[in-house]
Each structure stands twice: as C-alpha cells, then as structure tokens.
Write a protein that binds this ligand. Structure first.
Ligand code: ATP
Length: 217
C-alpha cells in the first residue's frame, strides 16, 4: 500500500451492524479504490436515545461481521468505545490527523441521512478541514441540505474527481452512486421485537450472536 493511500473511517452505532452498512461500503470501496476501511463504533451522547446493545456487544457484532467477509477490507478501531464519554467525530479526526500527519489522505464515510444532519453535529461543517467525506446513497433522503447557506457550502466542496481524493489530504465531499439499500438498524431491532425473520438484512454470524445473547427482544 502506498504511503499516500486514502484511509477511510466508518463511524456508527452499529446496533446492530447490517448489510446496509457493509454492502454500501464495499461498493464505495470499489468505486473509490479504497484498500482499507476502519470501523469506528461510537458511544452515544447521553441526551440521545441510547443503543440497546452494550458497547461490548456492538463491538462483538462488528468483529463477527468483518470476520465473515471474504475480502480483508475492514478493520476496527475501538478508541471511541474505550473512552468513558462520547467523542465528537471532529475531535476523533483531530487525533487521527495528528497520528497520520498533515499530508495523509483521510476520509470519513457516512450515509446520505448523516450528510443531511451534518450541520447539526458539533462543528460538523468543520469536519472536512480534517478529512474528506465519502457519502453512500440511502433511499428516502434528499440530495441537498435544507438550509441554503449550508447547501452552498456543500456544492462548493462536492467533487467527481476520484484521483483528487487520493491526492489531497482532506476537504472534498464525494457522493457515491452506491446501491440504495433500504436496511436500517432500527428496522432490524423492530423485526426482532416482533419475532420476524431478518435473513438477508445482516450477516448470519451476527444473527447467531443476537439470538445467543437474547438481544432486541
Ligand atoms: P438506526 O436505524 O438505529 O438509526 P442505522 O441503520 O442508521 O441505525 P448507524 O450505525 O446509526 O445505523 O449508521 C452508521 C452510518 O451508516 C451512518 O452514517 C448511516 O448514514 C450509514 N448507514 C446506515 N444504514 C445505511 C444504509 N442502508 N445505506 C447507506 N448508509 C447507511
């Protein structure tokens, strides 16, 4: 791997991790030529609805999902879960930027729904000063940001230039034409509560773990 290969991080609650996450990112990796995606499971701030599974359970499910995939694209970074308090993504990327150095191309992967809420994140619009944003399609969400000024900001940084993502360390936003996968963790949890099958929505090993732990009942 060249020293300047683009390293991409994928944050999420992963409660549980599912094929909407995995297949979107595998497709993204092919489009953008990513060699490495690092899952970054997060703690959830106290004022937001708490995950149903514990941090350890979410981590275990992410590990199982990765182990089941044929290609070695994914690894895990446990730093946010190891902290006692939730971390802001912008602070995690400040730390990552210090570790990787000023010239390393870094990216944060999000779904289209997360792009739409980015202006409400803590220093959300500052995030691209530290990394590129790679956005996966997700059905049912608008293309543009609701606020006109935020949307002008978005249009300014949008790129179709894949090479630039590997050349520049940060700043660009790439909306990828990944498959539209109508899968969400909340829907999966609801299906478990209702005793409905979840085949095809998440890896069999993760389903086995959920059953063994009696999660989401
Ligand atoms: P919930 O339904 O509980 O809100 P979720 O399915 O959105 O959960 P998260 O772990 O919160 O899962 O999401 C982590 C990241 O994955 C977010 O950036 C989100 O936009 C993205 N993501 C989740 N599901 C999909 C999907 N089906 N397609 C594309 N991106 C997705």
């Amino acid at each position: 791997m060249s020293e300047r290969a683009l390293t991409a991080f994928y944050g999420g609650t992963f409660d549980p991790i599912h094929y909407g996450h995995l297949r979107s990112v595998i497709a993204l990796a092919r489009l953008v030529n990513l060699q490495r995606v690092i899952l970054l499971p997060n703690n959830v701030p106290p004022h937001r609805p708490q995950p149903v599974a514990s941090a350890q359970q979410r981590l275990a499910m992410a590990r199982l999902a990765i182990a089941e995939l044929p290609d070695p694209l994914f690894t895990l970074d446990e730093r946010e879960l190891q902290r006692p308090t939730p971390s802001y993504t912008v602070d995690t990327f400040r730390a990552l930027r210090r570790e990787y150095g000023p010239d390393a191309p870094l990216a944060f992967i999000i779904g289209q729904d997360s792009l739409l809420t980015l202006p409400q994140w803590h220093r959300g619009l500052k995030l691209p000063t530290l990394c590129h944003l790679l956005v996966c399609a997700r059905p049912g969400y608008d293309d543009g940001l609701a606020d006109e000024r935020d949307n002008r900001w978005l249009i300014r940084w949008l790129t179709r230039d894949l090479q630039a993502l590997h050349r520049q360390p940060a700043r660009l936003i790439y909306c990828a034409a990944t498959p539209q996968l109508a899968i969400s963790a909340s829907n999966i949890r609801a299906r478990y509560r209702e005793g409905r099958a979840c085949d095809g929505l998440l890896p069999p090993s993760v389903q086995g773990y959920i059953d063994a732990q009696g999660l989401y009942l």
